[in-house]
Design a protein around this ligand. Structure first.
Ligand SMILES: [Zn+2]
Length: 316
């Protein structure tokens, strides 16, 4: 049997590849790094920049691609540090530049679709499908504040391994996602590839501490999967279900609470007003919970994100 192939490259022991892959039917070229361990083991995929203005993960992925040593890997680490490169180069927020779509809502993509769908299709067919485990790095976009947390997908064949992977992430909260379509990591888990999504950083800012924390989480997961030597560390966390309240109208947004704040049912979370200062809508907490992320920009857009919060999972 020949060596495993990814993106046209054979995964041979000790090999490092840094290349771009062309997305068929588009002008897009996606950077990727293949790090092939000297010893056999699983193939782990790390992606960042599916949302192109979420810089903590992008920089962490770039640094990991230069720091992980193939001599010390048992298995392969595949890194896609900037999935939505055209968005990055045109400084969009969370959108593919060519068609204005949110890449993390269009998986599994469509080989006959527009740029986002073609890109998602390639990412799934070339990278995700060929991985044994998958880590997707995100953070708060330019208009979002966020408390660090992570996700896995519940009720999938990959759940047990995904749970072991989220245990390795050094954050206080984990969301058990019930979403099975649209997102890259959701699709991976539904297809039996254990996956986690890590959220760390906000407002398109990036700091050394956050980048190091992302890198430490990825390394810890690689230890847990046996790709890196050493024992992994488990971090206890509270398990939540996530709820997203989108904005009912466009206007000016005045949040009352901060990301990471806990609140009780009925508390005021924020208000939308018009351009004369008149109240259009008041958001009250529908349940006791913790604010995971929220829009922090003055502008808010009808049917766009407003507040996302977690409610403790009580059915375990
Ligand atoms: Zn994101």
């Amino acid at each position: 049997m020949g060596a495993k192939m990814i993106a046209g490259h054979e995964l041979l022991p000790g090999k490092t590849v840094k290349d771009h892959i062309h997305v068929k039917g588009t002008e897009l070229h996606v950077p990727h790094v293949l790090l092939c361990g000297n010893q056999p083991g699983p193939t782990v995929l790390v992606t960042a920049g599916i949302h192109n203005a979420e810089y903590v993960g992008i920089q962490a992925a770039i640094e990991l691609s230069n720091e992980l040593d193939t001599d010390r890997l048992c298995g392969n680490v595949i890194i896609v540090p900037l999935a939505n490169r055209s968005g990055f180069e045109n400084r969009t927020m969370s959108r593919v530049f060519e068609d204005g779509k949110n890449l993390n809502r269009v998986f599994p993509g469509d080989p006959q679709g527009s740029e986002s769908e073609l890109l998602a299709y390639m990412l799934f067919e070339v990278f995700i499908k060929n991985a044994d485990a998958y880590i997707d790095l995100h953070c708060g976009d330019g208009y979002e504040t966020l408390v660090p947390y992570c996700y896995y997908v519940g009720d999938t064949p990959a759940e047990e391994t995904a749970k072991r992977m989220v245990e390795c992430v050094n954050v206080k909260y984990v969301v058990r996602s019930r979403c099975r379509t649209g997102g890259a990591y959701n699709l991976a888990s539904v297809n039996g590839i254990p996956s986690v999504l890590i959220e760390r950083g906000q407002l398109s800012l990036f700091s050394r501490e956050e980048i190091e924390a992302d890198k430490a989480d990825v390394r810890n997961i690689l230890r847990c999967l046996g790709v890196l030597e050493g024992e992994s560390v488990s971090y206890p966390k509270q398990e939540l279900y996530e709820y997203n309240d989108d904005a009912p109208c466009t206007g000016c947004w005045y949040p009352e609470r901060k990301a990471g704040d806990r609140f009780v049912k009925g508390e005021k979370l924020g208000e939308i007003r018009d351009y004369f200062g008149r109240s259009l809508f008041t958001e009250f907490a529908p349940a006791d919970g913790v604010l995971l992320y929220q829009t922090a920009s003055l502008n808010i857009i009808e049917k766009g994100p407003m507040v996302s919060y977690g409610v403790p999972r009580n059915d375990t």
